[in-house]
Design a protein around this ligand. Structure first.
Ligand SMILES: [Zn+2]
Length: 223
């Protein structure tokens, strides 16, 4: 039997494999910014127009099995009326980590949207052949240029990630690691604009890019 490689996301997926951090819904970030703008009502209208016209919450046009266009989305699954194939929309797995040294937490500054300029954490999408732990180690090396082998699982949270006009539903797994010293970083400039160590009382949670990250940071602080 022929095995077909499913490429359901016709745009965005191939570009989103490495180093694209965890994420929620950048439309809400945009709306938050726009609502503080003096001419917010007009900008809000433009933003909502953009959201409904361009955001691909239904990005598939053709059945990946038989290529029919009789391929429709209902809740979390696509169904092909031509060949009866069903494609389930499952969460994309992602991992991110909180590094702690002497009571300070390491945050990255995101170089890209969604959440450009906001605080993030090292991490990204899990590759098809990786474990969460392997993805965490790979992303740490890629983004920060350091090897961290003592990542401990913290928690997970569902999330929504809007990237290149395509919506991804993710399941974000968070890890934590305690360091004896502050390492020297070699930052992946395309993804990370900078890093900052913050004590819990210095953290403004509104500066953190995504709700799933806020939850993880709160949890590790409260432990
Ligand atoms: Zn089909």
């Amino acid at each position: 039997m022929e095995t077909k490689i499913l490429r359901p996301f016709t745009q965005g997926a191939s570009n989103a494999s490495h180093g694209v951090p965890l994420a929620p819904n950048n439309i809400f970030i945009q709306l938050n910014r726009i609502c503080r703008h003096p001419s917010s009502s007009g900008m809000l209208g433009i933003s909502l127009f953009y959201y409904f016209v361009f955001m691909q919450t239904d990005p598939f046009s053709f059945c990946p099995s038989c290529k029919s266009d009789a391929f429709t989305l209902d809740n979390n699954r696509y169904h092909c009326e031509h060949c009866d194939f069903t494609f389930f929309i499952n969460a994309a797995t992602a991992a991110a980590g909180i590094l702690i040294h002497d009571g300070q937490l390491l945050f990255t500054v995101r170089a890209k949207n969604p959440g450009k300029g906001k605080l993030g954490l090292p991490g990204g999408f899990v590759d098809c052949t990786e474990s969460l732990e392997q993805a965490m180690q790979r992303e740490t090396e890629e983004e920060l240029g350091i090897k961290v082998t003592q990542w401990q699982y913290l928690m997970s949270s569902p999330n929504v990630y809007d990237y290149a006009n395509v919506r991804y539903h993710t399941c974000d797994a968070f890890f934590v690691a305690y360091l004896n010293a502050k390492p020297l970083f070699s930052l992946q400039e395309a993804e990370i604009a900078g890093v900052t160590w913050l004590k819990p009382e210095q953290i403004n949670f509104n500066d953190i890019a995504f709700e799933s990250m806020r939850q993880a940071v709160r949890k590790v602080i409260e432990q």
